[in-house]
Write a protein that binds this ligand. Sequence first.
Ligand SMILES: Cc1cc2nc3c(=O)[nH]c(=O)nc-3n(C[C@H](O)[C@H](O)[C@H](O)COP(=O)(O)OP(=O)(O)OC[C@H]3O[C@@H](n4cnc5c(N)ncnc54)[C@H](O)[C@@H]3O)c2cc1C
Length: 554
Amino acid sequence: MIRISVTDKEKLDPEAMKSFAARKMGIDPVLIVSATLKKLSLDARKKDDIRYVYGIDIEAANEEKILKKCRIKNATKVTQVVYKDPLTICPENGSDLGNKGDSIGRCGNSLIMRDGINRPVIVGFGPAGMICAYKLAAAGLKPIVLERGSDVDKRVSDVERFFETGKLFVNSNVQFGEGGAGTFSDGKLNTMIHDSFGRIAHVFDILVEFGADPSIRYINKPHIGTDRLTVIVKNIRERVISLGGEVRFNSIFTGFEHKDGRIGAAIVNGAERIPCDTIVLATGHSARDTVRMLLSEGVEMEKKPFAMGVRVEHPQELISRAMYGSDYRKYPPADYKLTYKTTDGRGVYSFCMCPGGVVVNASSQEGRLCVNGMSYSRRDEATANSAIVVEIRESDLDGDDILAGMKFQERLEEKAFEACDGKIPVCYVKDFLEGHESTDMDGRKPNTRGAFAPADLYAILPELITGPIKEALPSFDRTIKGFAGDEAIMLAVESRTSSPVRIVRDPETLCAKGFLGLYPCGEGAGYAGGITSAAVDGLKVYEAVIKRLCTNEA
Ligand SMILES: Cc1cc2nc3c(=O)[nH]c(=O)nc-3n(C[C@H](O)[C@H](O)[C@H](O)COP(=O)(O)OP(=O)(O)OC[C@H]3O[C@@H](n4cnc5c(N)ncnc54)[C@H](O)[C@@H]3O)c2cc1C
């Protein structure tokens, strides 16, 4: 396979890659067997010469010869990495699995569960839990999914009602419910994780199989959008059920039984007992009650650095004009990535930027308020928003309390809630930089889902956060003209960027230390940040469960 990277002013269809690649390489198209668009991005560094960048994989008859005469300097030979499902390691019909072979075996692409083998329990139906549950169901293991929130249809109406009335459903909201935190989001799928096993591509294949646009496979910063995510989530659920799995809503995992370091059962809603020897904990970064329960059960955890701050909002036109120049209307709504280091070396950066999106009240606890961003697949709102967050270090938090970060989040969310009696506290960036509150929002109004009110953000956020943001804004304004101008609005508090704790897990078995069969997974466990990396961690845990079941390891 030959990979080339070429540019063009025009946006071309994936079907046009063969003739396009041949023209760019200066070879006869008949020599090309196939040309696959692998990466499409927009290079807007030169505003007067904005170009689409195409990464194309070419299969050709005589690749060595073509490489020699091809006029593209960056043309290279590549080997495609294909995801290898661990099921293949499971011996046919359990032949050499000793006594365990009696209860499990493989037949073709799925496992045969015989009497006595317990169904795995998956806690949480967010990206991590969904991918893990789907893969275990496809492997024939009939998983039982426990989701504390409602099914996505009910959840959508609960969230809409919360946005309109402020009445919060503590288990069915922007954080909790079918699809997890990612459902009411921009559904950005870009990730920084390193992947040499083809897991990301495999996750994207699954998302496409259940309804995502195939362009997520090659678009540089793919996104799905809330309107499409709700459909995809439902399709995955229905497939898990059709494969013999179960998805239980309004089912809170409240405890578990363990003996001699092995899992024995999961407890649901404080009452029901489900015998099992596998529990996948994919509960996300907002399941604070579950984290406290696990800690009280002796599950080892450690503090993890995280970030907190505000969300800022601008007219999308201002951002697109700054990023693309006067021709900005020709291109999709622009996004941005900003970073800054304060004089004392603390990082301030933009996070989860939502072009053509809205700011949402993303609260999940009574009396606590946090914000986040969301877009629909068309990204056609007139506003753009992003979190501007400050890194919070372990040394910023009190003493040795593992939950110090979580308590810090809770304190600021309480202040944000109290500041405007549950409405989203907002302030013009200009007023914030002048060191005072906005007394009214008579100028441009923020585009929020959930009520807002003018507030003094200095009364909510500590100097640890306001200081670095105040220092960074002028620099961001130099990068994006108007970033700290009259039209910029700040909304508080952005507190759920990632989990402030990590559940310690054995790197080999992926089980929690000292609890064989308990699999901390995804963002809540501290092993992911974002939809794609959470889904990939769900896949890793699926592999670990299969490996454990199919080998004599445990
Ligand atoms: C508004 C918003 C916008 C976002 N936008 C993006 C984006 O554009 N791109 C991106 O990559 N990331 C985005 N994120 C982050 C992303 O959603 C998360 O990183 C991702 O969803 C983490 O996946 P997860 O499966 O680990 O956990 P989650 O998605 O949080 O899912 C955990 C699930 O577990 C359930 N649960 C929790 N406790 C229990 C319990 N005790 N019993 C039973 N069920 C339980 C919850 O109800 C939830 O459904 C956004 C987040 C929010 C809130």
